[in-house]
Design a binder for this molecule. Sequence first.
Ligand SMILES: [Zn+2]
Length: 115
Amino acid sequence: MNRRPLTSLRRLKLFEAHGGVCHICEIRIHGERGEKWDVEHVIPIAMGGKDDESNMRPAHVDCHAGKSKVDARNLAKVNRQRAKHFGAWKPSGFRKMPEGYKWDWRLQRAVKEAR
Ligand SMILES: [Zn+2]
């Protein structure tokens, strides 16, 4: 995935535009105290987010690292919603699972749901 690197000025402008608040934990980023932060895509590019400032917010590096896992879950959800939206698009994985089965993306087949 190509991400255009931001210049320090653009980073600073984004930081100021959002009051220096981390968009994940919504706590002020204390950059002046050496807190590490990064410019983050609010809607990940993989989910159709734009690669421009309208989709960018400052976030703590730590929050960002924790968010990636959540994104993977959200992405699965978004893909399901998209599948519904574009009724025609029905890859095998989106077939209705038999009762007690779920689709395992890793194995690419339906597996019995563990309870
Ligand atoms: Zn944060």
